[in-house]
Design a protein around this ligand. Structure first.
Ligand code: G6Q
Length: 555
């Protein structure tokens, strides 16, 4: 049996689960008018209400005991101190260093990282400033009107989400686009409306080897060459963010336009690094700094606050409670702020790529469930789609709700109606609707008893469905930075408890490897038999339907 399952706290939690699993939150609230006060925390303008969770004081005490038993405080220090906790890649995990506002040096292998982080950020700022101020001119001496970030995964989802979230802070006459999909429709659909003379590309790839990004980058270069007729001023239109300077140079990018990424920043945690170039161009350096400040404030909170008042720790422990004791398989992230419409997609990567692991730090298969399936959508849209399952399905889906007190333009009618949904949903998910309540409602509508009896079971809601609510004033860069960092640290804490390495991604690497082999096999018309019958069958069907002349459309 794993060490985790033998900890005192785990054993106690197992018993506690059996003893309390039938408790209904409705009763817990009825009995304790102070529940909201006791189970909510505030950090700057973010209120975190976790009172609508299936926990008692004892549950929280046992979960906190578990965190202590796995030595969480030491792990937090290891993270911030740059220990190589990503042991399968022999790397430190220092995205926190990128947003450090303190004076204490951030040491890695005896070197203070702060000066190099500052210097690289300064280079990014200079470029962003020039493009924003129209000082940066293209091949025909015209200013840049469109910036296209070509990248995928960690080199796309974070900046894309942030750019969407902070749209009100963006310049209106400078558009920033994101291309990630290898499907040509993505890049074609984007470039179709752009002019090569006024378009600037960022090739964002830590490795500068990812097939998706490199194929799109080559298409972009060809589009530029076709439009301009030569490559003489290519350096005015192409930049790279990468840890692989040699390959960026080989691609033809000028040294002054190559921005460095370090190996101690994982792709999914890299939006704070030079990968933020597209964000800085969109929102400007001051707002980018505010984003970093928001994350830094959470870093400080996470590092220095006792576990019982520590928001990321509480988020993580609640996740463990549902995942490992209630056997919940998924979690939902539901922002009620349109600007956060890519938040769940980004968090899906942060969470699932980090904690979707089945072996522990010692390389042994775990005997407990690890990372959940994270999904999400704008809450108000979800209400008209999948909330049915949240309310009446047979699965327990703990949900996070995120909502602003003020939206940007704040048309009162919109915001009041929106927020009434936020409060109503969390209340309904928690309380449910009992048989007697449904009956009374139907009687009031004048329905006869026979019809009521037939309809009753369908209209009963069991309730007891957990939600945690984040209310923040307005989605400013600082607030966004804080929210992202809370989730990042939640994922880290869960990885510590599950004893897994949250910072590698061998599953992603596998995908890259497999596609490279098969791409070669698609290069000619010969039928193949090197795979299983399904893969052979699919490949050969494809080849027969699409003869080599078309299949070879690689150029
Ligand atoms: C993130 C992952 C992965 C990665 C992409 C793109 O943590 O490692 O999503 O970001 O595969 O990789 P490159 O930036 O190297 O192109």
């Amino acid at each position: 049996m794993s060490r985790l399952k033998q900890t005192q706290a785990w054993l106690a939690l197992t018993q506690h689960y059996e003893a309390t699993k039938q408790l209904h939150m409705r009763d817990l609230f009825d009995k304790d008018p102070t529940r909201f006060d006791r189970f909510s925390l505030q950090l700057n303008d973010i209120l975190y209400d976790y009172s609508k969770n299936r926990v008692t004081d004892e549950t929280m005490a046992l979960l906190l005991a578990l965190a202590h038993e796995v030595d969480l405080p030491t792990w937090i220090e290891r993270l911030f101190n740059g220990e190589k906790i990503n042991h399968t890649e022999n790397r430190a995990v220092l995205h926190t260093a990128l947003r450090d506002r303190g004076d204490t040096p951030v040491m890695l292998d005896g070197v203070d990282l702060a000066p190099q982080i500052k210097a690289e950020r300064e280079r990014v700022k200079v470029l962003a400033r020039k493009i924003r101020s129209r000082e940066w001119i293209g091949v025909t001496e015209q200013a840049i009107t469109d910036v296209v970030n070509i990248g995928i995964g960690g080199s796309n989802l974070g900046p894309l989400m942030v750019n969407e979230a902070l749209r009100p802070y963006s310049l209106h006459d400078l558009k920033v686009h994101f291309v990630s999909n290898l499907d040509e429709n993505h890049i074609n659909g984007t470039l179709e409306y752009l002019d090569p003379k006024t378009t600037f590309f960022i090739i964002a790839s830590k490795s500068f080897k990812t097939q998706d990004t490199m194929v799109n980058a080559e298409t972009a270069r060809q589009w530029y060459l076709n439009g301009i007729g030569s490559d003489t001023k290519l350096h005015r239109h192409f930049s790279a963010v990468t840890a692989n300077t040699a390959l960026a140079r080989e691609f033809g990018i000028a040294d002054e336009n190559i921005f460095h990424m370090s190996d101690w920043v994982g792709g999914r945690f890299s939006l704070w690094s030079s990968i933020g170039l597209a964000t800085m161009i969109a929102i400007g350096e001051e707002h980018f700094e505010e984003l970093l400040t928001g994350a830094y404030k959470v870093d400080q909170h996470f590092r220095n606050t006792p576990l019982e008042k520590n928001i990321p720790v509480i988020m993580a422990l609640l996740g463990i409670w549902y995942n490992n004791f209630f056997d919940a398989q998924s979690v939902a992230v539901l922002p009620y702020d349109q600007h956060l419409h890519r938040f769940a997609a980004y968090m899906q990567q942060v969470d699932m790529e980090s904690n979707g692991k089945y072996v522990d730090r010692a390389g042994k298969p775990v005997d407990y469930s690890t990372g959940p399936v994270l999904f999400g959508e704008i809450g108000i849209s979800g209400q008209h789609a999948f909330f049915q399952l949240l309310h009446q399905g047979t699965k327990l889906v703990p949900a996070d709700i995120l909502a602003p007190i003020f939206s940007f333009r704040c048309i009162p009618r919109h915001h009041r109606a929106l927020m009434s949904n936020v409060f109503a949903q969390t209340e309904a998910l928690m309380r449910g609707k009992r048989e007697d309540e449904v009956r009374a409602e139907l009687q009031k509508q004048g329905m006869d008893e026979e019809a009521i009896a037939a309809l009753l079971p369908y209209k009963v809601f069991p309730g007891n469905r957990p939600t945690s609510t984040f209310l923040f004033d307005t989605l400013t860069p600082e607030t966004l930075g804080s929210l992202i960092a809370m989730y990042e640290h939640k994922v880290f804490v869960q990885g510590v408890i599950w004893d897994i390495n949250s910072f590698d991604q061998w599953g992603v690497e596998l995908g890259k490897q497999l596609a490279a082999t098969i791409e070669n096999e698609l290069g000619d018309g010969a039928l193949i038999d090197s795979h299983d019958s399904s893969t052979n069958g699919l490949i050969n069907y494809y080849k027969q339907r699409r003869p080599p002349s078309k299949a070879l459309a690689k150029s």
